[in-house]
Design a binder for this molecule. Structure first.
Ligand code: NAG
Ligand code: NAG
Ligand code: NAG
Ligand code: NAG
Ligand code: NAG
Ligand code: NAG
Length: 298
């Protein structure tokens, strides 16, 4: 009888201890990860969804698919001779609501060559965005954007993804990536070296010249923009050349829409899409409304 009571008491003590410990641990663990439980749950949901993704997404397109092959052939074909204006006209005619570039066009190579070699007939500051850019007009009256090289290609910038200055190479990589993925939403871009002294200053606007100076015999430009500073100019090298990306600027005025998936530029501030479970639905609704409005106004 006495032994039975002892056993019962021990069991009760053990059960109570177990419950208290479990409860304590559970509370500790939830408070410890409270800061990002919501985000985690969205990420977890994404991974869960992935498991159920339809089979058609499992099949990976071979890298060397037909579109990429044709595109590579096209960029090495030079078709348009004579009037450079023809190249610009063809390139501008590709632009529609769903694409900026026709990768299947035989004239892609001629366009890239024209961006690389055409004479610069006017140079101005480009006020768009927050960093230094030039707006160049090439012969045949086609505008292009010039993003200067600030770093060597292999330079790694530490910090958040938006740390450091523009990397001109990403414009060019972006263009080729869009071709490989067959999503023609990135404008044609090429690498080009220009001479500030010999190619830019002779055709520069007053406001561009106003933000330039000469060190020794080399020209430097600091521009006018959010991050532009006189102490932080871009200069040509000893050979009077400056590398950068030349980006095709469509000859039309476009309406700009803010991307619903834009990131934030503050470490502790999350974008709506990172926090809201119902954001997709909202975007879809707004999209449908805007499609209806657009087709009504046509
Ligand atoms: C995945 O599919 C199974 C079976 O169709 C379903 O029970 C489950 O809810 C699905 N999971 C998600 C996250 O959609
Ligand atoms: C671009 O548009 C401007 C103004 O409409 C025009 O003067 C220029 O010739 C056009 N350039 C090309 C390449 O079509
Ligand atoms: C820049 O390009 C020109 C031709 O446009 C070339 O002669 C020159 O050597 C290049 N400069 C450098 C530093 O590569
Ligand atoms: C040149 O810069 C000065 C001050 O930096 C300014 O007052 C002037 O208006 C500018 N001139 C032009 C043509 O932009
Ligand atoms: C530019 O300056 C450098 C050294 O200061 C000199 O060696 C070079 O000849 C100059 N070039 C021109 C084209 O004036
Ligand atoms: C200038 O050009 C010469 C010959 O093309 C090249 O060897 C040298 O690296 C160039 N200098 C710079 C700073 O790019």
């Amino acid at each position: 009888m006495l032994r039975k009571r002892k056993l019962l008491i021990i069991s009760i003590v053990l059960i109570v201890t177990f419950m208290v410990t479990t409860n304590y641990l559970l509370t500790r663990l939830t408070t410890a990860s409270e800061g990002d439980t919501e985000i985690k749950s969205i990420h977890e949901k994404i991974y869960k969804e992935l498991e159920n993704l339809s089979n058609k997404y499992e099949i990976r397109k071979p890298f060397e698919d037909e579109i990429t092959d044709t595109f590579i052939k096209n960029i090495n074909t030079f078709t348009v001779e004579g009037n450079i204006k023809n190249v610009w006209q063809i390139a501008n005619s590709w632009v529609s609501k769903t694409m900026l570039v026709d990768f299947m066009s035989l004239h892609v190579g001629s366009l890239l060559l024209a961006l690389k070699k055409s004479k610069i007939i006017k140079a101005d500051l480009d006020g768009r965005g927050t960093q230094l850019k030039l707006l160049l007009t090439l012969e045949g009256h086609q505008d292009v954007i010039f993003k200067p090289k600030w770093y060597e290609k292999e330079t790694i910038i530490e910090g958040p993804v938006y740390a450091g200055k523009d990397r001109y190479g990403s414009e060019i990589v972006g263009f080729y990536l869009s071709a490989i993925l067959n999503m023609p939403l990135t404008p044609c871009s090429v690498e080009r070296n220009i001479s500030l002294t010999y190619e830019i200053m002779p055709v520069a606007t007053k406001r561009l010249i106003n933000t330039s100076f000469i060190i020794g015999n080399r020209t430097c430009i600091y521009g006018k923009c959010f991050y532009c500073k006189k102490e932080d100019p871009i200069c040509e090298d000893k050979n009077f050349s400056l590398y950068g990306a030349v980006i095709f600027n469509i000859n039309a005025s476009l309406k700009s829409y803010r991307s619903p998936w834009q990131r934030t530029y503050k470490k502790n501030k999350k974008a709506v899409w990172e926090e809201s479970d119902t954001y997709c639905k909202l975007v879809l609704q707004v999209l449908q409304v805007s499609i209806i409005t657009t087709s009504l106004s046509k």
